[in-house]
Design a protein around this ligand. Structure first.
Ligand SMILES: [Zn+2]
Length: 402
């Protein structure tokens, strides 16, 4: 199994300064390499500079500027060049597909916030078994930085990344050969329905609420954003207050992200502990975030019939979807570790199908919350009905596979 671990770094003032310089210099390397590709593309009759060409120049660049570029790990600089290469590959892929993507952009120092070391032991060293019980990570040009390691790291550390979020620093480890930790089998199968009023409902009728605290933070965020908007958008020099307002917005964003992730982890762990097989809906992210096609009105040339775009937008479907996608990712990971099975099923009509008689009708769903079958009169909570249908479809998948 592959797993990522993320820990807070506790750098000294000196180390924090060095970390910021490391980001700054990797940023200028990134932008310099981007400039070279741009110039080549424009002036030298559309030739393309490739990663290999830029990588061989690294040695020269380091020798030319030992103070700034020569100080950092060669491999992490290669990783930064590869990151640019990826941006270009994505750009050209989209051009080829007939889309109109934006050309890769220069990154401002404040927006370049991660450096990756592709191999533990090369420019960095993860050290979790020191003498003084304090985990540290050694980073070339920075030193031995203290790590707040709140959980054991299993498996083999493959890559080490350093990330800045607001004023905080984190280290992210990507590990492979992480042993699975199977849980005792509870002998249970369940279906889940993701919802708007509740985060999710199970086929047993249990509800997991949406995280309340996220709403509270969202309120703070809206206020902080309003405050930030009172400052002029483009200024030569930002004032101290302007910077503080921007920092507050970034901080709240990070807080909400953390809270939401925490909620996802707890909900997923709870499901995985109690059930062997978990049926869930298969997300169609591309189809859901795309606005429905306009429907021309045959009666009135140039006019359009309602196409359901407003209803979709009203539910914030795309936003919810993004969150659910992350949740399903976490669920799949925990399920794999515990030797559980997650079965994604086609979720079409799950909220319109009667679990008793199988009658499918839009009218079955009376309101957002209430389900009443127009054929047999079966009455239930609508989200619960959705979960029951997901369960029976997951059961069919199991049956077909047996
Ligand atoms: Zn029915």
């Amino acid at each position: 199994m592959i797993r990522a671990y993320r820990f807070r770094l506790r750098p000294t003032v000196r180390q924090a300064q060095a970390l910021a310089e490391m980001l700054r210099d990797h940023c200028s390397l990134y932008n310099g390499a981007l400039q070279e590709r741009r110039d080549a593309y424009r002036h030298t009759s559309k030739t393309t500079v490739r990663y290999g060409d830029q990588s061989v120049q690294l040695k020269e660049i380091r020798g030319f500027d030992p103070e700034r570029q020569g100080r950092w790990s060669f491999s992490s600089q290669q990783a930064t060049l590869r990151r640019l290469d990826k941006a270009f590959a994505a750009f050209f892929r989209r051009v080829k597909a007939g889309q109109t993507p934006g050309y890769p952009r220069f990154k401002g120092v404040g927006h370049f916030d991660a450096v990756t070391f592709p191999k533990d032991g090369d420019g960095c060293r993860w050290d979790s078994t020191p003498h003084d019980a304090q985990t540290r990570v050694r980073l070339q040009g920075v030193g031995h930085v203290r790590v707040h390691q709140h959980r054991p790291v299993r498996g083999r550390v493959k890559t080490v990344s350093v990330k800045r979020e607001g004023r905080n620093w984190y280290v992210v480890l990507a590990c492979d050969q992480v042993p699975a930790e199977p849980l005792p089998a509870p002998g249970s199968i369940v279906g889940i329905d993701m919802g708007v009023t509740h985060f999710l409902t199970t086929s047993n009728g249990e509800e997991i609420a949406n995280p309340r605290f996220v709403e509270a933070s969202a309120h703070d965020l809206a206020e902080a954003q309003r405050h930030l908007a009172t400052f002029p958008k483009r200024t030569r020099r930002r004032t101290k207050k302007h910077r503080a307002a921007a920092r507050k917005v970034a901080k709240l964003h990070a807080k909400i992200r953390r809270q939401r992730l925490d909620h996802h982890h707890k909900a997923a762990l709870d499901l995985v502990r109690r059930h062997d097989v978990i049926g869930c809906e298969r997300l169609n992210t591309a189809g859901m975030t795309k606005a429905p096609a306009p429907k021309p009105d045959p009666e009135q040339p140039g006019g359009f019939l309602p196409n359901g775009a407003a209803a979709k937008a009203g539910l914030h479907r795309s936003i919810l979807d993004a969150g659910w996608g992350i949740f399903f990712g976490i669920l799949a990971q925990k399920a794999e570790s515990a030797a559980r099975r997650v079965i994604p099923v086609d979720a079409r009509n799950t909220s319109r199908t009667c679990p008793e008689c199988g009658h499918v009708a839009k009218e079955n769903r009376v309101t957002q919350a209430k389900f009443e079958c127009t054929a047999c009169g079966f009455l239930a909570n609508a989200d619960h009905v959705g979960a029951l249908n997901v369960l029976s479809r997951a059961g069919l998948v199991l049956c077909d596979a047996a």
